[in-house]
Design a protein around this ligand. Structure first.
Ligand SMILES: [Zn+2]
Ligand SMILES: [Zn+2]
Length: 161
């Protein structure tokens, strides 16, 4: 991953309104949840980052409180309901690489990102990348040409658990 993205700070209400406007227009967009020190923001604060791909603008709502509950509905809206499993759904097996990252996350060693082919933070443009920022091991990644749905569903569940 390169340096932090250039982010336009907005309120949560403005970020959510933008996400709904993108979805209503059928425009491309996606969100990231970022903890303090994340490579995407380079910020000591938490954030919900919204990439409005067709506008080429990255919006961010920064806060010190956990942001996952507020990010989840936006992820379902923009990433597709199939990407965010319900709490009681059984998951298909994920890849070995992503299962290893998931074990690291459960051990409190870092956090995940799902980076789609047009994501500005994706170190493999044109491909899907599941990326894990490990506090001890550095950046781990698993790249694929096809949308890795089983991996995505596991990661979304872990992010929003
Ligand atoms: Zn991060
Ligand atoms: Zn992105």
């Amino acid at each position: 991953m390169g340096g932090p993205l250039t982010i336009t700070g907005v309120s949560y209400a403005a970020l959510a309104a933008k996400a709904h406007a993108l979805a209503a227009a059928g425009a491309r967009g996606h969100v990231h949840t970022t903890p303090p020190g994340c490579l995407i923001t380079g910020s000591p604060r938490r954030a919900i980052v919204l990439e409005a791909t067709d506008e080429g603008i990255v919006y961010g709502f920064f806060d010190d409180q956990p942001i996952e509950d507020r990010a989840k509905p936006l992820a379902i809206l923009l990433h597709g309901a199939d990407s965010v499993p319900g709490d009681h759904e059984t998951l298909e097996p994920a890849s070995a690489a992503v299962n290893t990252m998931a074990d690291r996350m459960r051990a409190g060693k870092g956090h995940f990102h799902i980076l789609n082919p047009v994501c500005l933070a994706n170190p493999n443009p044109g491909r899907w990348t599941i990326l894990f920022e490990d506090v001890e091991l550095g950046v781990l990644e698993s790249a694929s040409d096809e949308r890795p749905l089983a991996d995505i569903r596991l990661v979304e569940r872990l992010i929003y658990a």
